[in-house]
Design a protein around this ligand. Structure first.
Ligand code: FAD
Ligand code: DLZ
Length: 513
């Protein structure tokens, strides 16, 4: 009988799942695992320290788990000075007797290119397996997207609901008669409900050691590690998710778009980073939430809202990334090139909602969707901040940020730099929207009702500057045409006063080009 090939299995820092296709049929007598904390991955953007601790500590726990299962695991710690994944693979191939190297397809185009190069220079073949942890494969998405005039998420989502049988009634129709309950999920925050306190996760000895190392090695990166409270194992991530289902899910939908002074997370799940690095599986969280609804623990709108984010948005975003890369990263439809102001790295800006969203992003590596899209992203869109610089900032500061998910959300959804491939109109809004969604304005020095003059909310004049600047482009858009028409009908003096004020505010807030 032919002997089976001995494999070196490279597990990347965001592939820490027992469902990793390489591990499904792994055999401790034949296979060696390799995990490596490497300089290139840790330094390609100034990652939030929470993210580095999360990944390194989760990698070390994963290593321990697989060693306990009897596997040989080669683990390279950061202070060994390994520069790249390729260097780690080459050293492991040289050190052990393996016939082949296997890796699951990485989440980022950059890393895929690197692995192809690594494969060309190895003495043994390197194979790249499909990442089966996503619910739509890359080719599923291409089949759906190719030839379509527009890639609206809603239609993709309906197909995914049918395919996975989620929230369907006995006739295979959408539960409750509608596919989407988004209209019930837009309530603003007026501080009238109690937001449950999040349970802390105490760092264990491994995490404490990683925190110490990361404090020393990355002194200038953002992130207040005194507040590190993330799960680093599947068991604890599951506990966190169940806490969300028990205590926040029922109000998740209602306040999904709300902005609250007193809480960075309101009723959000805080599970993106765990799903993205493999501690939780996307299908298991959707099925669990569906069961909560069927058991009467939450409304249909809450369950549908959550499932739409994971089964719909998350899969769709990943599909768009691979479908449109590498050209996608270069797009800049609105020619946004103003330098990112330095307060993006300090939070020291006078707009209350913006300062709060940026500060918590830097300190904790977390902001919820509306903060990312309508507070920070909206400001960057209106101010015309440089697309690459904004994308790099998002990639750096959030614990859940990997390019496959960060780039389409930032470049496409928030900055409209892809010319509306995903969104039917730019997510541009004035201070009125921010006031409706939350209670920051009451604590802010600016007045959302005022357009110009000291004390006027800068989002207002910047909004009209944006409309004016891009009026020819926006007039072509069915959903923006009326707004452009209204702007053009205003008296010339009124428009000029707003534009002069907007320019002055822009120069004050974002000096430079
Ligand atoms: P919840 O609000 O509780 O939502 C539940 C889950 O749905 C999330 O955990 C996530 O897995 C999924 N989800 C929701 N919206 C999206 C979306 N648009 N794309 C992908 N998944 C989604 N998400 C990331 O995981 N990484 C990123 O780097 C990232 N960058 C973003 C940048 C911008 C400009 C915007 C507008 C959104 C970005 N998102 C990103 C999507 C979303 O904001 C986060 O997934 C969410 O805020 C994470 O918090 P949560 O787990 O509490 O999510
Ligand atoms: C994000 C990250 C960091 C900070 N460090 C490592 C690392 O040292 N080793 C590793 O295997 N992966 C790391 N990662 C995750 C990779 O960058 C990730 O695989 C790519 O972002 C592809 O999604």
């Amino acid at each position: 009988m032919a002997t089976e090939a001995k494999r070196l299995l490279l597990i990347l820092g965001d592939q820490l799942s027992d469902e990793n296709p390489l591990l499904i049929d792994a055999n401790p007598d034949r296979d060696t695992l390799l995990l490596a904390e490497v300089r290139d991955e840790a330094n390609y953007v100034p990652h939030n320290r929470h993210k580095i601790v999360l990944i390194f500590s989760a990698m070390r726990h994963f290593c321990q788990r697989w060693r306990e299962r009897g596997f040989t695991v080669i683990y390279r710690e950061f202070d060994e000075g390994v520069t790249s994944l390729g260097q780690a693979v080459k050293a492991a191939v040289d050190a052990c007797d393996v016939d082949t190297v296997a890796v699951t397809e990485p989440g980022e185009y950059r890393v895929l290119q690197h692995l192809h190069e690594v494969g060309e220079n190895l003495s043994v073949p390197l194979t790249i397996a499909d990442d089966t942890r996503f619910l739509a494969s890359r080719s599923d998405f291409c089949d759906w997207a190719d030839g379509r005039k527009s890639l609206r998420m809603e239609y993709f989502y309906r197909e995914m609901r049918r395919r996975y049988g989620l929230l369907l009634d006995s006739a295979g129709q959408p539960e409750g008669g509608k596919w989407n309950y988004d209209s019930e999920n837009r309530k603003g925050w007026r501080g009238r409900e109690t937001i449950p306190a999040r349970p802390d996760v105490s760092p264990d000895a491994i995490t404490a050691e990683v925190i110490d190392e990361v404090q020393r090695t990355f002194p200038d990166n953002p992130g207040d590690l005194n507040a590190f409270r993330l799960a680093v194992t599947r068991e604890v991530a599951l506990e966190q998710f169940h806490w969300f289902c028990d205590h926040a899910l029922d109000r998740f939908g209602t306040y999904q778009d709300a902005l609250a002074e007193e809480s960075p997370w309101l009723f959000h799940s805080l599970v993106s980073m765990y799903i993205n690095i493999g501690l939780l599986e996307p299908l298991e969280v959707c099925r669990d939430v569906e069961q909560r609804y069927r058991d009467g623990h939450c409304s249909l709108a809450a369950a549908e809202g959550f499932i739409r984010q994971v089964l719909g948005w998350r899969e769709y975003i990943r599909g768009v990334y691979w479908w449109a890369m590498p050209g996608y990263a270069e797009q800049n439809t609105l020619q946004a090139e103003r330098s990112l102001p330095s307060w993006f790295w300090t939070g020291d800006v006078s707009l209350r909602c913006l300062s709060q969203a940026i500060t918590q992003s830097l300190d904790h590596g977390y902001a919820h969707h509306i903060q990312r899209l309508m507070v920070i992203g909206n400001f960057a869109l209106l101010a015309g901040l440089d697309v690459s610089e904004v994308c790099e900032w998002y990639l750096a500061v959030y614990v859940d940020a990997f390019e496959w998910v960060e780039l389409p959300n930032t470049l496409g959804m928030a900055l409209h730099a892809d010319g509306g491939l995903m969104a039917s109109k730019p997510y541009a809004a004035s201070g009125k929207y921010l006031q409706r969604q939350g209670d920051h304005c009451a604590a802010c020095t600016y007045d959302p009702k005022q357009m110009t003059g000291g004390g006027a909310c800068p989002y207002n004049s910047l909004y009209w500057r944006f409309i004016d600047r891009h009026q020819d482009y926006l007039a072509e858009n069915a959903r923006m045409g009326l707004i452009v028409g209204g702007w053009r009908k205003r008296a010339r003096e009124e428009r000029e006063a707003i534009l002069v004020w907007a320019e002055q505010e822009l120069e004050r807030l974002c000096p430079g080009t």
